[in-house]
Design a protein around this ligand. Structure first.
Ligand code: 9ZP
Length: 329
């Protein structure tokens, strides 16, 4: 056992799941999570790579933490969706508990936004469609996420978005979707900037509060800043309750309108996620099928829409008598 500088025990270079006999090689440190460090872990036999939350047992002993990790594990392991991070398994050894999560090599939308400043509307449609797809699945399972933010939208090698970190997610009472939350929060949780007015007022976090957070995320990727910012917490909360946010001139009318609907102060007035997909922002604009990985660093050029690309395709069609889709066969 190696001891870190802060006295915390580090996991070894190789980690064994005694129950299954699987051996994992510890890779690089990915960052700090709420309960412990996150490492890249490679299953030696298969070469499969995971992003692992490594939680020191000493931490689990602290009040409430063990139950929280267990609840996250239990709730998460049942979920299977293309746009929800997979929890592949968990195990423990003498010193740590390990959660094996889906590895997302392109980190998160927060990192992409940091590198890019802001994103284009077609990209935002591309990412949001996937986020909404994952979130509709969660809501359909009676689960509210409660901590949607850019750092929880992870991006895979193939540029697919996955909703992650279900640490604060809650299973609602078994009622229909859109039902009011069964329990009221004891303390404010989630990230302050994305907290909906009804959450600030301790009226509980329901499906519409997740919809509010989607509005905050949409605003943030389109403008480069969160909608609600203030030096002091009280000022921040005042802005949130009044849904008062600046509107940069570059936002399209459809984007402004959708943001205003998502950020309606009254939760009952916010659209359902189905309605969001039917909004002009999605129906009137181009959405790319895929995004090239370079979109993590610079504005992507969409092949097929680019005027030069269209011109070249037109020229090729004339020169080699390339039949168009309709004329084939
Ligand atoms: N981090 C630099 C600060 C060292 C990274 O470069 C980095 C690289 C990653 O992949 C190459 C990466 C995270 C950070 N990937 C990743 N992180 C996840 C993750 C999946 N993939 N998750 C799956 N579920 N939850 C998330 C979560 C916990 C494992 N994370 C990150 C959140 C903070 C650290 C890890």
């Amino acid at each position: 056992m190696v001891r870190g500088h802060a006295g915390a025990e580090l996991p070894g270079w190789y980690i064994e799941d005694r129950e299954s006999g699987m051996l994992y090689k510890r890779g690089r440190l990915l960052g700090e999570g709420t309960f412990g460090r996150c490492y890249q872990l490679t299953e030696v036999a298969s070469g499969r790579v995971y992003a692992a939350k490594v939680i020191p047992r000493a931490r689990l002993a602290a009040v409430g933490i063990g139950e929280r990790v267990e609840r996250e594990q239990e709730l998460h392991s049942r979920l299977r969706h293309r746009h929800i991070v997979r929890l592949h398994g968990h195990f423990a050894d003498r010193s740590h508990v390990y959660l094996l999560l889906e590895y997302c090599s392109r980190r998160s939308l927060a990192d992409i936004l940091r590198a890019r400043g802001r994103l284009t509307e077609p990209e935002v449609r591309y990412y949001l469609r996937q986020i909404i797809s994952g979130l509709r699945y969660l809501h359909g399972q009676g689960i509210v996420h409660r901590d949607l933010k850019l750092s929880n939208f992870l991006v895979t090698e193939k540029m697919q978005v996955k909703i992650g970190d279900l640490g604060l997610a809650r299973q609602e009472a078994p009622a229909g979707p859109g039902a009011h939350p069964a329990r009221l929060p004891r303390a404010l949780c989630g990230t302050p900037g994305y907290l909906a007015p009804e959450v600030l007022d301790r009226k509980g976090h329901g499906v519409p509060s997740d919809v509010w957070a989607v509005g905050c995320a949409m605003y943030a990727v389109l403008t480069g800043s969160p909608p609600f910012e203030a030096a002091q917490r009280q000022g921040l909360y005042r802005r949130i309750r009044a849904a008062r946010y600046p509107l940069p001139p570059h936002l399209s009318p459809h984007a402004r309108d959708l943001i205003a609907r998502l950020l309606a102060p009254e939760p009952a007035e916010r659209p359902s996620l189905r309605d969001v997909l039917d909004h002009g922002f999605f129906t009137q604009g181009f959405t790319p099928e895929t995004l090239p990985p370079r979109a993590c660093r610079s504005v992507p050029v969409f092949m097929g829409l680019d005027p030069l690309c269209r011109l070249l395709r037109g020229a090729a069609a004339v020169l080699v008598r390339w039949p168009c889709q309709e004329c084939r066969d």
